[in-house]
Design a protein around this ligand. Structure first.
Ligand code: X2X
Length: 343
């Protein structure tokens, strides 16, 4: 009797172990569909990159993981500075987000918005692909997200409806829409402008009605959003800051996937990000100005600053750089400066 009961117990244990093994490694149910948040849609490199990631994930996982892209940060009613919090809370499963929009919650990400830190694309790469980028990923990993790849929105050039901007004097009193971190308010205040913080969704009507005179965004955004149609006739190439994008997955979502699927999602992110960066940089370099030419053909006058002219803006914002370098973390800023100098 005793022996029989023991045998039954052992048989039961084997049965449940076998049941466990027949499930995916994590024994968790996959969602039918995962949501992926972005600010911009697929007419822009940013949204294109997000859709590319979604497509590659479906393809590589043979449909086990289906992803739907939600542009316009619609999962947080368009309030892009709430995206990171929603991602941590699991309201958002995946995102391709700008460092600017997450910097209110992750102060280190303000690094990329220190005025005139990064002179060119190589400088961005020196940070994102080096120890600074690795440190940022470590910081993000401690905040409920799994960062997988760096993408790019781009160098943010200033435009306005009033007049050509060539000197800090020209910006004085100008109503400029800015986004995200208070660092942007500080920079434009230092220039004597009159900055207002608002979401991208609110920015376009504000330009159309003349509630604001100007804005700052990468050329690819300026062109795809057709900002010349909302009065933005003057564009100055000053390259004061650039915002990288980060491809991430919510940590709980990530841990539900099998190891094999995680690897595929990570590979898909890398590939989509590489292709996205190429798009974000297309047509704005010295040997290929096609995008700039398109913007000019739309009646926008483009001001190209000399080094001395750019330096005047750098000097006017040097105090902001110094103050915010302290907030970002002076060690991280020092590493960034060193790696840019070595690029
Ligand atoms: O709102 C903006 O300016 C945009 C689209 O560039 C970002 O989300 C940072």
């Amino acid at each position: 009797m005793q022996k029989r009961r023991f045998t039954a117990l052992i048989a039961g244990l084997f049965a449940s172990a076998a049941l466990g093994l027949s499930m995916p490694a994590t024994a968790q149910q996959y969602k039918d569909e995962y949501n992926l948040s972005t600010v911009l849609g697929d007419a822009f490199p940013w949204g294109w990159g997000a859709q590319r990631w979604a497509d590659l994930v479906a393809e590589k996982t043979e449909g086990r993981i289906k992803v739907k892209v939600y542009p316009g940060t619609s999962l947080v009613s368009g309030d892009q500075t709430k995206e990171f919090t929603a991602l941590r809370q699991g309201i958002i499963d995946m995102a391709v987000g700008s460092t600017i929009n997450w910097s209110p919650q992750v102060r280190e990400l303000n690094l990329f918005a220190l005025p005139f830190l990064m002179p060119d694309h190589k400088a961005i790469d020196a940070l994102t692909q080096g120890r600074v980028g690795a440190k940022m990923f470590e910081i993000l990993s401690a905040r409920d997200v799994v960062p997988l790849a760096w993408g790019e929105n781009g160098f943010r050039e200033v435009s306005n409806s009033k007049k050509p901007i060539r000197t800090p004097e020209d910006v004085k009193g100008m109503k400029v829409r800015v986004v995200g971190s208070p660092l942007f308010l500080a920079t434009f205040n230092a220039l004597g402008a009159n900055p207002t913080q608002m979401s991208w969704a609110d920015a376009q009507p504000a330009m159309a009605t003349g509630a604001v005179d100007g804005q700052e965004n990468p050329l690819a955004v300026f062109n795809a959003a057709k900002l010349h149609t909302v009065g933005q006739k003057h564009l100055t190439l000053w390259g004061y800051v650039a915002d990288p994008l980060i491809f991430v997955v919510n940590k709980k979502v990530w841990s539900n996937w099998t190891e094999a699927d995680r690897k595929l999602v990570a590979e898909a992110a890398q590939q989509a990000a590489t292709e996205e960066i190429a798009r974000a940089r297309a047509g704005i370099s010295a040997d290929d100005e096609s995008l700039l030419k398109e913007i000019e053909a739309n009646g926008v006058s483009v001001v190209r600053l000399s080094d001395a002219e750019r330096d005047a803006f750098r000097q006017a914002t040097a105090g902001v750089y110094k103050e915010w370098a302290g907030r970002v973390g002076s060690d991280l800023v020092k590493q960034a400066e060193e790696d840019i100098a070595k690029r």
